[in-house]
Design a protein around this ligand. Structure first.
Ligand code: ADP
Ligand code: MG
Length: 253
């Protein structure tokens, strides 16, 4: 996928908000990229553009070499607000994307069940989202995307509500799934360590309007040895410095 000099402005009653200005980068097929930057710099907007939910004001967003005109069947977005339906059960929520794509009910339930198992939610099929912790809700949103068998996975701070230990386990799991399926993934995160663990490239955005301030190669990403190496800590330091350079000490969202 590719951003070509993308500008995005939102029109609202309160006036115009320029969210992205001249955003440009591309992601090769099968690559795992982490997107990090100050709050409000347009990270979620960038994912919405790739997902075909909004259109650029200027420039172009390409997937598979063609401008994204509408949501693609084989792209999944895990939105920051998760998008769970409170009136549907966990199993129904996990199957939603499949239903929308016209997969028969029985098969949808089967695939949803196995995706739930992959994120450790077996046994909660008949529960409702409100009965789950924040971390479990995020795992449910992840299962919904995994059930789809996509080639492009977009994740907007997918692990932010998950506590440290489980978070590392889920990061591992994301790595395994990504290695297994070979999909392209773009993940927004406000965790420097997460970006460095998961992103083969770490793209640092400036404050609003967002544009690329650093594009850091991180070829050792997504291996267990990497997290424990001295080079890992050095890489985190470099990303932190790039974030500081764009006026954000903590990079919170
Ligand atoms: P981030 O995910 O990096 O925090 P967002 O992409 O959510 O940033 O938002 C970028 C900017 O665009 C913010 O100033 C936000 O208030 C604004 N914005 C986002 N979505 C809309 C919208 N639908 N209408 C108006 N302004 C929006
Ligand atoms: Mg956001």
């Amino acid at each position: 996928m590719e951003f070509q000099r993308v500008t995005l402005s939102y029109q609202a009653d309160t006036g115009e908000t320029l969210a992205l200005a001249g955003l440009g980068f591309s992601v090769a097929p099968g690559q795992s990229v982490a997107l990090i930057g100050p709050s409000g710099c347009g990270k979620s907007s960038a994912l919405h553009l790739i997902a075909g939910l909004v259109r650029p004001s200027e420039g172009a967003v390409l997937v598979d070499g063609a401008p994204v005109a509408r949501p693609r069947r084989t792209t999944a977005l895990i939105p920051q607000q998760l998008g769970l339906f409170p009136w549907k059960t966990v199993l129904q929520n996990a199957a939603v994307g499949l239903s929308v794509r016209g997969v028969a009910r029985r098969e949808a339930a089967e695939r949803a069940r196995s995706a739930l198992a992959e994120v450790g939610l077996s046994g909660f099929e008949q529960a409702y989202p409100r009965q789950l912790s924040g971390g479990m809700q995020q795992r449910l949103a992840l299962a919904r995307a995994l059930a789809l068998d996509v080639d492009l996975l977009l994740m907007d701070e997918p692990l932010s509500a998950i506590d440290a230990l489980l978070r590392e386990q889920l990061q591992e799991q994301l790595v395994q799934l990504w290695r297994k399926t070979g999909h392209t993934q773009v993940m927004v995160t406000h965790s420097i360590e997460e970006a460095v663990y998961l992103g083969q490239r770490i793209i640092v955005l400036s404050g609003r309007p967002g544009s690329v301030v650093a594009d850091i190669a991180n070829p050792q990403a997504a291996t267990q040895e990497w997290r424990d190496s001295a080079a890992f800590a050095a890489q985190c330091k470099q990303v932190r410095a790039a974030l500081m350079g764009c006026g954000e000490g903590g990079a919170h969202d």
